[in-house]
Write a protein that binds this ligand. Sequence first.
Ligand code: AP5
Length: 225
Amino acid sequence: MSRTAAPAVVILLGPPGAGKGTQARMLEEDFGLVQLSTGDLLRAAVAAGTEAGKRAKALMNAGHLVPDDVVLAVLRDRMAAPDVSRGVILDGFPRTTRQAAALDGLLASAGQAVSAAISLEVDDAAMVARVAGRFTCASCGEGYHDSFKTPAHAGQCDACGSTEFKRRPDDNPETVAERLKEYHAETAPLIAHYETEGVLHRVDAMGPIAGIRAELAEVLSRAMA
Ligand code: AP5
């Protein structure tokens, strides 16, 4: 039995490269939920040159977390959009205990609660290779990897047909090491928080993408039943 009424609120926890973005996009397709990635929202703010983007840019490029007030403001704006009423997959949020408390407060004020928090469990050592090989479609944002997930037709996005791709400025080994440190210091403690709340699910995320997708589908079907 689900703890919450619709819309569902699903959290994906995991270090850089764990597959949060990859799986969130698949869960959008499988469950009709909306992916909310604070990383994507902050990168859009940086590209647009907003105040939030100016405060975030150097921190993101160095692999550090962006201040909670900046992240919360960006997320609140996005959560006010009408499509969010379909239910959300939070990809990369919350990342600190303060963000988790703010989310709990936001949901409680709307009579909601977290439906499921999924911890994607991986080996840190493998994450540098995963992140360093990542690229995305510059047009629709579909994610790929040099070795693990290449486009079906080389140089052409499977999802939208674009031939333009891009790589992130924070996807280098030094910055990934900082991002892993931040994850273990600030975000990993949230796993215990959601375990205490009775909504935590641990998923081994070291296997093939399709197998993890199937396991997540099972977990969420049960959590949202
Ligand atoms: P963000 O964009 O959230 O980055 P991240 O958490 O470091 O996570 P990644 O996007 O690197 O990894 P992912 O788990 O999504 O993996 P992916 O699916 O792409 O945040 C960036 C920065 O923004 C932060 O450092 C911080 O500065 C700031 N920020 C964001 N949110 C914040 C917050 N809430 N508070 C404060 N600051 C915040 O997969 C990686 C690659 O591996 C891909 O190429 C993929 O194809 C491949 N892959 C995926 N799964 C598999 C698999 N099972 N096997 C093989 N390859 C796989």
